[in-house]
Design a protein. Structure first.
Length: 185
């Protein structure tokens, strides 16, 4: 039987409640056996991760810990350099022969795919599972019939830096890690 894997990548700076909702939803409704959550090492579209990879990886482990079919991967750290989805998917194919992949993206990402390296090839190797995100158009893509709340890592970082409340936006375990490590001040 083929291993069907959902690939959910991103900066995850920090991972928030909507990220966890995406994972739970995809695992519940899509024809996938498991999900790999893949924090980027260096974002290729010049989105600066203000938090070192090690913290973002740990926060992902904490955020997704209750979802038994989710594994947080270090593949992009192992590959080194800029995180290109095509390179990651190709390497996953080498490491997990015979597996099929689906790339999990939100409708907010659809406006950026023209800037991705070889997105057509990515979509061929890992056909996208597009999840609706409040305030973003599906741009003609077939999307899963759900719309996630408008939670933003950028807004969470801003609130944390300003000492504002982020209750309900970030998993408690992630917030505990942020506070213990003094992140986003």
């Amino acid at each position: 039987m083929t291993d069907r894997i959902a690939v959910f990548g991103g900066t995850f700076d920090p991972p928030h409640a909507a990220h966890v909702m995406v994972a739970a939803y995809v695992l519940a409704v899509a024809e996938v056996d498991r999900m790999l959550v893949i924090p980027s090492l260096e974002h290729p579209l010049d989105k600066e991760a203000c938090t070192p990879f090690e913290h973002r990886h740990r926060m992902c482990e904490l955020a997704f810990a209750d979802l038994r079919r989710v594994e947080v991967s270090r593949i992009e750290e192992e590959l080194g350099g800029r995180s290109y989805t095509l390179r990651t998917i190709e390497e996953l194919g080498r490491r997990i022969p015979g597996a099929t992949f689906r790339l999990v993206i939100g409708t907010d990402i659809l406006g950026e795919i023209d800037r991705w390296h070889a997105f057509d090839r990515v979509a061929e190797l890992a056909p996208p599972l597009v999840v609706g995100r409040s305030g973003y158009d599906a741009r003609g893509w077939e999307t899963l019939p759900v719309e996630l709340p408008p939670i933003s890592s950028t807004e969470i970082r801003r609130r944390l830096a300003a000492g504002e409340d982020v209750h309900g936006l970030v998993p408690r375990s992630v917030l505990d890690h942020v506070r213990a490590e003094g992140l986003y001040r």
